[in-house]
Structure formats: structure tokens, C-alpha cells
Ligand binder design. Structure first.
Ligand code: UGA
Length: 454
């Protein structure tokens, strides 16, 4: 099929190249000349494993190309809209880019107004967007659909090429059929729904992941008051429930969802926090107070401060201390700093008077200019360099380079260093003294010092 993808950002580029790789003829429409040049030269403008290779092979085969000409959408059977849907000041979604792109596509269609076409939204949008905002922009010969993506940064190419579900929210039969045909080579479960169901399903998925993380962190808070309860053990027992796990003793085939049932520094990234807020705002618009989801957000917003408080309490205050923050990307395997818990931890340390040294194996110094130019923040190229002269270190992601801290500590080289394991990557049994702290584990102090929990 002939496909046009409007917006060659993260979602658009992965979708466009992925569709090209399964036999479609794809043009990516991108307004930014610099970005177009990079893509045409075979260099994706962001890091994603496997994407560069796939881009190069599809450019070579001629199945994918990039252009700035929106009028090319008129030649496509299916147009995918993958432009940004940022959060507005009140957390509600800003649909102006999407509506602008849809209007431009509608203008392009005027060249051949009678042709039946399909326009599908890949961007995450609140329920009612297709029916209330986008469909009215087009004439009746255009089927407008919600076709949300479920890609994770770091595994986006694999996620696209091996989808667990394809969701098509569309009223028109021909629109459903065209999108079913587009994704047919994947053989994935296909959900054909009204647009609002598809739109809400995407938010529901991300809100669910966010809920698991905040739930785990809330259980961690309780564990921190109970000297003999460790959140890793508590949640480990939950994981073993056969309704959540496979019966395999080795843990192989362990449902991936269990990794969200883990205490840490809170969730971040460009999707979970934004989508949670957009869903809460959309609920309010319809007169619903989504109190559970508001609590999920509140727990998340407080988590960085809780993690920093462990270091502060152990050091008796952070003023004039040096804290190494190990990991600032929002998760391991990416250099993405958007809504990163690691950066919240940096901010919190600075507010409390510490100077900060940041080590993150994937994040470039340039990306941290805004921090380092302020003073009080430096970057380090190695774990050892970050720890040199530090009073405390806080682990914020489970990158293997950071988990290597375990071996350094075992070597006994940092007897005075306060370690806060904010991602539970260190083996708790091996680091059992006053300077080794972890999310979801009480500080090691005599039992009598702790009040029982009522
Ligand atoms: C998330 C969803 O996982 C995707 O299904 C969805 O398509 C995407 O948002 C989107 O809406 O576009 P992503 O933002 O890449 O994908 O990040 P995740 O890997 O889900 O991580 C989100 C947060 O959860 C991170 O802060 C991460 O540290 C945390 N997380 C992630 C965990 O706590 N445990 C994990 O196993 C993975």
C-alpha cells in the first residue's frame, strides 16, 4: 500500500520505516529540513537500537523516503499522523499541532477530493479527538481512525515489528479494512473498535503501568518503616502469584509487566507522566475526579524527594556535601532526559545545598549544559570519576554500567560513601551496613529504635 507518515519524530519514523520493511511504499513528511537531511543520509535524529540499520536498508530498497511536501499525502492510500501532542499548562493535551497537520492534509486531498482515503492518528490523543476534532476537518470520503502505538523507547523497532496488538478505532468499514490490510503481515491480534475505545485503550495502558510503579513505591514506603521487611522480598512474593507469573522455576518466561511492579525513583519519560495527566484532565472535563490516578501522580511526584531524603538523613544534611547521581536518563538504555526521575533527584540535591556530579553512560555532556552552566553540577565520564570525593551516591537507573557499583563497593574502596540504591540494582544481602541504603528497605538500625507500625 502507499503510505504517508506525517511527522518523522520517534513514533512516525519507527512506524514509517517499519511499514516500509513489511512491503509498503512509504513517504515520511517532515517539516524540519535538518531532520530530513539526516534521515535521507541514513542517520536517525535520535538513538534507537536497530533503527539506523533498518532505515539504511529501506532507503536503499527505495521503499522509504522523506520529504517536506505535504501535498504528497494526496497520493497515499493511508496517511498516518504522528505529530507531537504535548501537555498544555494545566496538564491537558495540546492538540493544536495535530489539528494543524490534519488541516494541511485535508487541503492536500483537495487535489483529488472524491477519492476514498484513510487518515489514522498514531499520536496519543484523548478520547473524543478523532470524532470531535479530526473527523470534522475532513469530508465524508475520508475515514479518520485512532491507531495508537505501543512502542517503548529502547525496543521500539522490535515492538513495532512484533506487535502484541494492533488497535484500529474507526467507524467506516473501508477504513477498518484498509488499516487491517496495512498491518496484516504482522499477524497480531487486531482490535477493531470505535475511535474513543482505541483512544482510551492507549491511555489505559500507560496509566496502568504508572499505577503499578506508584503502587510498588507506596509499598516501599511502608517497608522503609519496618526493619525486617524489604520491598524486594514483598513484591517478589507478589510476583510468584501464579495469576501473575508463569510456573517456571527459573523465572524464564516471566511476564515483562512484573518489572513495573518494582520500587524505584518513580516513572518518567515522554509518555507515562504526560498521558496520566492528560487522562486526569480529560476525566475532569467529563465531570469525573480520577482520584486513584491523581494519587498515582502524587506518589510519583514525591518519590525523588524521598530518595534524596535517605541520603540527607544518613549524612545529617546535604549542605556542602557532594552527591554523585548515577543515571539521569529516564530509564536505562536511552539518552532521553524528558521527565526524568534522575533529573528530579539532581534538582532536589541542589535545592538542599549539595553539589552534584552526574554519571550516565548514554547521556552526552552537551545535553546537560543547562545544568552544568548553573555551577554546582559536573559530569563524570566514568563511575569511578563520579565517586571520587563524593559523600553519597544515588542510583537512579538499572544501567549495567551503574550496577557495576556493586563490585567496586565489594572491593572496599569507599568505606565512607553513603550509597542510596534508588533502583534496587545492588544485592541487598551483600551490602548490609549503615551506609548502604535502598528504596523500600529500612536503614540498618537496632530493632528497638523503630516504632511498630499500626
Ligand atoms: C511507555 C509504554 O511502556 C509503551 O507501551 C508506550 O507505547 C509508550 O510509553 C508511549 O506511550 O509511547 P516508554 O515511555 O518508552 O514506553 O517507557 P517504559 O519503558 O514503559 O518506561 C516508563 C517508566 O517506567 C520509566 O520511568 C521506567 O523507569 C519505568 N519502568 C520501565 C519501570 O519501572 N519498570 C520497567 O520494567 C520499565
Amino acid at each position: 500500500m502507499k503510505v504517508a507518515v506525517v511527522g518523522c519524530g520517534y513514533v512516525g519514523l519507527v512506524s514509517g520505516i517499519g511499514l516500509a520493511s513489511i512491503g509498503h511504499e512509504v513517504v515520511g513528511i517532515e517539516a524540519d529540513q535538518g531532520r530530513r537531511d539526516r534521515i535521507s543520509a541514513g542517520s536517525p535524529p535520535f538513538y534507537e537500537p536497530g533503527l539506523r540499520e533498518l532505515l539504511r536498508s529501506e532507503l536503499e530498497r527505495g521503499s522509504f523516503r522523506v520529504s517536506g511536501e505535504l501535498r504528497l499525502t494526496a497520493e497515499a492510500d493511508v496517511v498516518l499522523l504522528a505529530v507531537q501532542t504535548p501537555a498544555g499548562a494545566d496538564g491537558a493535551i495540546d492538540l493544536s499541532y495535530l489539528a494543524g497537520a490534519a488541516s494541511a492534509v485535508s487541503d492536500a486531498f483537495a487535489a483529488d477530493p472524491k477519492r476514498q482515503r484513510v487518515v489514522a492518528v498514531r499520536s496519543t490523543v484523548v478520547p473524543g479527538t478523532v470524532d470531535g476534532v479530526l473527523a470534522p476537518i475532513f469530508g465524508p470520503e475520508v475515514a479518520v481512525a485512532s491507531n495508537p502505538e505501543f512502542l517503548r523507547e529502547g525496543t521500539a523497532v522490535q515492538d513495532f515489528l512484533h506487535p502484541d496488538r494492533v488497535v484500529v478505532g474507526c467507524r467506516e468499514t473501508w477504513g477498518r479494512e484498509a488499516l487491517a490490510e496495512l498491518y496484516a503481515p504482522f499477524g497480531a491480534s487486531l482490535f477493531l473498535t470505535p475511535p474513543a475505545t482505541a483512544e482510551l485503550a492507549k491511555y489505559t495502558s500507560n496509566a496502568f503501568l504508572a499505577t503499578l510503579v506508584s503502587f510498588s513505591n507506596e509499598i516501599a514506603h511502608v517497608c522503609e518503616s519496618l526493619p525486617q521487611a524489604d520491598v524486594e522480598d514483598v513484591l517478589g512474593i507478589l510476583h510468584a502469584d501464579r495469576r501473575l507469573s508463569s510456573s517456571s522455576e527459573t523465572g524464564e518466561g516471566r511476564p515483562e509487566i512484573l518489572s513495573y511492579l518494582k520500587a524505584g525513583c518513580g516513572f518518567g519519560g515522554s509518555c507515562l507522566p504526560k498521558d496520566l495527566s492528560a487522562l486526569i484532565a480529560a476525566g475532569e472535563l467529563h465531570g469525573h475526579d480520577l482520584s486513584l490516578l491523581r494519587a498515582v501522580r502524587t506518589v510519583n511526584e514525591g518519590q525523588a524527594a524521598r530518595v534524596v531524603a535517605s541520603a540527607r538523613d544518613a549524612l545529617g544534611g546535604l549542605g556542602r556535601t557532594r552527591v554523585a547521581v548515577l543515571g539521569v536518563a529516564f530509564k536505562a538504555g536511552t539518552d532521553d532526559l524528558r521527565a526524568s526521575p534522575g533529573l528530579r533527584i539532581v534538582d532536589e540535591c541542589l535545592e538542599q545545598g549539595a553539589s552534584v556530579v552526574i554519571y550516565d553512560p548514554l547521556v552526552s555532556d552537551r545535553a546537560l549544559d543547562e545544568y552544568t552552566e548553573r555551577g554546582s553540577v559536573e559530569t563524570a565520564d566514568t563511575l569511578e570519576a563520579a565517586l571520587a570525593g563524593a559523600d553519597a551516591c544515588i542510583i537512579t537507573t538499572n544501567a549495567p554500567e551503574i550496577a557495576a557499583l556493586g563490585e567496586l563497593l565489594e572491593g572496599g574502596g569507599y568505606p565512607e560513601l553513603v550509597v542510596v540504591d534508588g533502583r534496587r540494582v545492588l544485592d541487598a544481602d551483600r551490602f548490609d551496613d549503615e551506609t548502604q541504603l535502598a528504596v523500600g528497605r529500612a536503614r540498618v538500625t537496632p530493632l528497638a529504635d523503630h516504632a511498630p507500625l499500626h
